[in-house]
Design a protein around this ligand. Structure first.
Ligand SMILES: *Cc1c(COP(=O)(O)O)cnc(C)c1O
Length: 389
């Protein structure tokens, strides 16, 4: 056989079992029609009917009289919410430690300091007890935090009532990071509507995707308008380009929004599929005492964006992850807490050990809404083989 670099790679690839991804994009088939419409009408520039249409789709999905600004990413939505709340150099912002780094980066963009708060065990999200300890201590040290960033991790709603009650008591606004929780609800109200500002993400691996994108959810129209103004380079109303604020290029484009409109047509079925993946794993591993699942607490409905399990130790978690990798199955440890990240080593934190333990023992299994039965069975077989060998 003639060997060259390309054929070697191709041969190696064909020898491997097909890759099973943790969470891969899943199109509805309607996206291209919206994109074609944008091309046909030459709305290829940013803004246009798809942007408005996508925003209206999201607003009617979320209900609760919210306003949605479609943006370039969830991260830019977080950044704009901090700006709208007046977070500036030297301020402090409380953030859930167990999350993806993008929840915390924008605090630093504003020259503010993140204060990390640990999780509780029922939802894996911000612990109300630790939150109040943190607020009291920051106030005693001289600064009232400017905002609280709480996250619905893996789609599981955080303890909304408890967190809101504390936020209200100390008069601190909440930014709800709902990047992973579109389609989840808490006591019947949709996630993405609980914060003073809320954010969504449509990144490639999220519950719906526009390849990349996000949204800011506001309670008032002027807040949305201010966000859109800042997201489109802060152009004042004038025939020439006049600027009285620093602006950003954070708006979603009309092409991308077309993908979003197509994705909105299948959001609920994607949620149903993700939940059925989770139930499938629960049933498949019900006799395996080594595997523990996070149950939905009363009042919480999770989109089960990712199906997560807890193992008995770090070595079991890593052993299982490598065994799956060997079978060309992608899995991933739960988010490494922000207080453990090198970039945030000097940030103050309020810890109870929960997020550290979850990081050691937790693993996310493949969870895409496009997983096939053949793939799900391959995963179960690989897990069972690991535990039986
Ligand atoms: C994905 C994600 C973000 C960031 O969203 P992008 O659209 O990727 O910028 C923020 N927070 C959490 C919890 C996320 O999972």
């Amino acid at each position: 056989m003639k060997l060259n670099a390309t054929s070697t790679v191709a041969q190696q690839f064909s020898l491997m079992k097909p890759k099973i991804w943790l969470s891969s994009p899943h199109m509805s088939g309607n996206e291209q029609a919206y994109i074609k419409e944008a091309f046909d009408s030459n709305w290829v520039a940013p803004l246009g009917p798809n942007v408005n249409g996508f925003e209206i789709d999201l607003q009617s999905y979320l209900k609760e009289d919210r306003y949605v600004a479609a943006l370039a990413s969830g991260t830019s939505a977080l950044h704009l919410s901090l700006i709208l709340l007046g977070v500036a150099n030297g301020d402090e912002v409380i953030c859930q430690s167990k999350t993806f780094s993008a929840s915390a980066y924008p605090i630093v963009y504003q020259g503010a300091t993140p204060i990390f708060v640990d999780s509780e065990r029922e939802t894996w999200n911000m612990c109300p007890l630790q939150l109040e300890i943190a607020i009291k201590d920051r106030i005693a040290k001289g600064k009232t935090p400017k905002a609280i960033i709480a996250v619905h991790l893996y789609g599981m709603p955080y303890k909304v009532d408890e967190i809101n009650q504390i936020a209200l008591k100390y008069d601190i606004p909440v930014i709800e990071d709902s990047a992973e929780a579109l389609g989840s609800n808490y006591k019947g109200q949709k996630c993405g509507t609980f914060g003073d500002f809320s954010i969504l993400s449509f990144n490639g691996n999220k519950i719906i995707t526009t390849s990349g994108g996000g949204a800011l959810v506001t309670k008032t129209l002027p807040q949305k308008e201010k966000a859109v103004f800042l997201a489109t380079q802060a152009r004042d109303h004038a025939p020439h380009y006049l600027h009285s604020h620093i602006g950003y290029n954070y708006r979603m484009s009309n092409i991308i929004a077309g993908i979003g409109r197509g994705q909105m047509t299948i959001l609920d079925s994607h949620v149903a599929k993700r939940r059925s993946n989770h139930q499938f794993y629960v049933d498949a591993f019900k006799d395996n005492k080594n595997i523990i699942f996070l149950e939905e607490p009363e009042g919480c409905f999770s989109n089960r964006w990712l199906s997560c399990i807890l193992l008995d130790s770090k070595s079991t978690r890593e052993g299982l992850r490598l065994a799956l990798e060997n079978e060309n199955i992608e899995s991933r440890p739960l988010w490494k807490p922000m207080h453990q990240q090198p970039i945030f080593k000097d940030a103050p934190n309020y810890l109870n050990g929960v997020s550290d333990e979850l990081f050691e023992k937790g693993l996310c299994l493949p969870s895409g809404s496009n997983l096939t039965d053949i793939e799900r069975n391959r995963i179960v077989k690989a897990v069972n083989t690991y535990f039986n060998s």
